[in-house]
Design a protein around this ligand. Structure first.
Ligand SMILES: Cc1ncc(COP(=O)(O)O)c(C=O)c1O
Length: 398
């Protein structure tokens, strides 16, 4: 065999840390290969079927060969209009479809490319911690610096921390990421908070990127506000929404960015170089889903609300108590006192090995997540009950 030469990745890849969830996923697969039925609360990957109108429309449209060609990178005009109509209907926000909305290949792709379009070496971005990993890694991959601000469910604390960090930094951060309802902590917010953020962003000239992936997964009387409802929001930022969670369409890869015309244009420019848009039948099917009525949407959220109650009550019966989240498809649970010193990674490993339940260690979302684990509500009610029993047995045994 001939000797090769060292094949190295670019430095930007070397800046990425090892994948935190890799070892736990490997252990899960090992167990499944041994025939052990691991209950998987790991990834936030919806298990329910996509909304039926989208499935039906996709099957119809795919028969038309015209839809098999490259699509429009920005999204087809009717889809952009459907997004704009939905913003009007749900939030009374006016968006100019051709200028203030763009389709993305899932919001993860959009966020990644927007970081690349806005940030470069020497720039920095503020990111609440813990966070959905791509917020951090998109900034790192763009060659920029990450400045973390501790996530807090007390919004005035969060604003004070933010003000303190920005006052003491030079050069000033260029971008700020927000995500409410928040993954992983499930923290929710108010429109008043967003109004303060707009004032803060204007004063400090910081661009706001709001990730609104869990817009529709809210429980009880709580309704999540859109960042774009805040007065002047379009002057300072954009908001990402997604078909993945609201419509159980995670595998379809369709999301949106809406708001400030200039920022949308920067994203359109970079995407124009990188991609040819989402497969047209998926875009057409997404239009049907976006037009679906609020009852269908409420049903998606209701499933998660029921599962949340089963998990929180089930673990509560075993002596593991914590607050019920008001939104998202997750439970963010503080590790019981007795096990806290193990750290979230070893605690998750313990649950996988002894209880045969996979959870995500909080540290995988940033160091501030260390005392927590995240559980995704992506198993059916019976399996959630079973998981709570198995976890209870494990924790009480030791
Ligand atoms: C906060 C947040 N943003 C974005 C995404 C990615 O969504 P999409 O499927 O639209 O890329 C997720 C997925 O889990 C998420 O939790």
């Amino acid at each position: 065999m001939s000797e090769g030469f060292p094949i190295e990745p670019a430095n930007r890849l070397k800046r990425l840390p090892p994948y935190m969830f890799g070892e736990l996923n490997r252990l899960k697969l090992e167990k499944r290969q041994q025939g052990i039925d691991v209950i998987d609360f790991g990834m936030g990957n919806p298990d329910q079927p996509s909304v039926q109108v989208a499935v039906d429309k996709l099957q119809e449209v795919i028969n038309d060969p015209k839809t098999h060609r490259y699509s429009a990178s920005k999204g087809i005009p009717q889809l952009l209009k459907a997004v704009s109509d939905r913003y009007k209907r749900q939030y009374d926000v006016h968006l100019e479809p051709s200028k203030e909305v763009i389709a993305t290949i899932g919001s993860k792709e959009g966020i990644s490319h927007l970081s690349l379009a806005l940030l470069g070496p020497g720039d920095s971005a503020i990111i609440p911690s813990p966070s959905f990993p791509i917020h951090v890694w998109s900034v790192v991959l763009a060659g920029s610096n990450v400045i973390t601000v501790p996530m807090s469910n007390k919004m005035d604390h969060f604003l004070q921390d933010l003000a303190h960090i920005v006052e003491n930094l030079w050069p000033k951060p260029k971008v700020m990421f927000l995500n409410f309802p928040h993954n992983p902590t499930t923290t929710v917010t108010t429109l008043e908070f967003f109004e303060e953020i707009v004032q803060f962003a204007k004063k400090n000239e910081i661009i706001v990127i709001h990730d609104f992936a869990y817009a529709d997964i809210t429980f009880g009387d709580y309704k999540a506000p859109s960042f774009l409802q805040a007065k002047g929001a379009k002057d300072v930022g954009v908001e990402f929404t997604s078909m993945s969670k609201s419509f159980n369409m995670a595998g379809w890869r369709c999301g949106f960015c809406a708001g400030n015309e200039k920022i949308i244009n920067y994203l359109a420019t970079i995407k124009g170089y990188y991609d040819y848009g989402i497969f047209t039948p998926i875009q057409v099917a997404s239009i049907m889903a976006l037009r679906s009525n609020d009852e269908e949407m409420a049903n998606v959220a209701l499933q998660y609300e029921m599962r949340r109650d089963i998990l929180v009550d089930g673990l509560g019966k075993c002596g593991w108590h914590f607050d019920r989240p008001q939104a998202t498809m997750f439970v963010w649970a503080p590790i019981p006192e007795k096990f806290r010193s193990m750290g979230s990674f070893d605690f998750s490993k313990l649950l996988l090995e002894k209880a045969e339940v996979l959870v995500s260690p909080g540290v995988g979302f940033g160091e501030t997540g260390e005392n927590f684990v995240r559980m995704s509500l992506v198993e059916n009610p019976d399996r959630i009950r079973q998981a709570a029993r198995q976890i209870g047995k494990t924790l009480n045994l030791l």
